[in-house]
Design a binder for this molecule. Sequence first.
Ligand code: GLN
Length: 232
Amino acid sequence: MLRIAHLYPKLLNIYGDGGNVLTLKKRCEWRGIGVNIDEINVGDSIVEHDIYFIGGGQDLQQIEVSKELQKHKEFLTAERDRGAVFLGICGGYQLMGHYYQPHEGDKLLGISLLDAYTVAGNKRFIGNVTAKTGYLTPDTLVGFENHSGLTYLQGETKPLGTMVVGNGNNGQDKTEGARFKNVFGTYMHGSFLPKNIHFADYMIELAIGEKLAPLDDEIEMIAHNSLIEKAY
Ligand code: GLN
């Protein structure tokens, strides 16, 4: 039984980011792998899971999630270090780093699962994204970005991919997203995993520790390929 924790879906779930959890669920069930999804909301405790997902959202909702996440920082760091898989999208990704400094107000503390930090930029990046990974087949990841935060990676935290179309982490260093151990972050909404099912399978394989049987992904790959290098 694969255990998935969906963190703060009532606050961080913009642009259908919850579709990422549904993708993980269906791609397991289609292979006969049972899945249990726990929605973790403000005030809930968190126990061990195999995969943790946190979606994106506006600065206002990030303030509340930033405060709540601090209660679980030690536990989630230990989960990272034992090899649990994490995926954060945009606002959720930003809170997996050290902090997000919005335009106004105080710095929002993250939980430092990633050695990265985010500062609000003076323009909003909106549009399609294509990135190349160098470790997946196919090599591309596609999605849609809408953020003003500029994220900078440090130390052993490496990019999820390099930019082909779009702005990615900060529109300057050609990086998109981040990875450290089995923690992954990306600015790609869409939602992300239905259009990048090879990455969904990559996450599931990391979580269960074995290769997955292939599925008939003809339609999913038509969707993926239709977005490669699509600028508008
Ligand atoms: N509020 C953050 C920003 O604008 C994240 C936005 C989002 O999750 N789409 O950068």
